[in-house]
Design a protein around this ligand. Structure first.
Ligand code: MG
Length: 225
């Protein structure tokens, strides 16, 4: 699926996300800190670019069992070329650039599924649950992707604030480990996990997510018609 992010068109086949990659977030979710990177997949129907709305699904809003949708701001990188069984020291040869990603999550649904050992799939993959942008900062522009301030505001109020230096697994390790299992191709997106401070969004909210040296995305939350 072609998508234009800033002035660049990419064709991602998948979005791989890390779970529990900031210790403070693992603690707030009351889950164990992992020994190896934890991955799950988001599908490309989730992607929406800067300025487009996040659709709050009716099926969640009208159901007390599921009416909690959370924001998670994350640094993501875009893969530049086919990548399989690579070594960590060469990881940066496979990175096109960096962008801001929101891993929107139907939290009550995720927890209730997790509690009965079901996958996270449905709670993560509603349409528009993957805002991205505002651009892909070229790999060569970002001197150190592990020293970037990252933050998220709702209606101007700060909710998440951290720095990518707190990532548990860093990008070379993530890409080397991931490429042992699957083949990544040009345009694939890898989101590197969220810091603490995740909380709920509501229809009408304005979400602003930003990372130093990359930029900010702004999205309004609207209720599905
Ligand atoms: Mg996440």
């Amino acid at each position: 699926m072609n998508i234009k992010i800033g002035n660049k068109i990419i064709d991602p086949t998948k979005i791989i996300c890390l779970g529990r990659n900031y210790i403070d977030h693992a603690k707030e979710m009351k889950v164990q800190v992992p020994k190896n990177p934890v991955f799950f997949v988001k599908t490309v129907n989730t992607l929406v670019t800067n300025g487009n709305p996040i659709i709050y699904p009716k099926i969640l809003y009208n159901n007390q069992e599921y009416n909690q949708v959370d924001h998670e701001v994350e640094l993501a990188f875009v893969v530049s070329q086919t990548c399989k069984n690579i070594q960590a020291e060469y990881a940066y040869n496979y990175i096109e650039g960096y962008t801001v990603f929101l891993d929107i999550t139907a939290r009550k649904m995720q927890i209730s599924d997790r509690n009965v050992n079901l996958p996270w799939y449905r709670s993560k993959n509603f349409d528009s649950f993957g805002p991205i942008g505002p651009r892909i900062a070229p790999y060569s522009e970002i001197e150190d992707p592990h020293n970037l301030n990252i933050q998220l505001k709702i209606n101007g109020e700060l909710r998440q604030q951290s720095n990518t230096k707190h990532m548990l697994f860093k990008i070379p390790k993530i890409l080397a480990y991931l490429s042992k299992f699957i083949t990544l191709v040009s345009g694939d997106i890898v989101a590197t996990g969220t810091p603490s401070g995740v909380a709920s969004i509501q229809p009408g909210d304005i979400i602003e997510a930003s990372i130093d040296q990359i930029g900010a995305i702004i999205h309004k939350v609207i209720l599905e018609e």
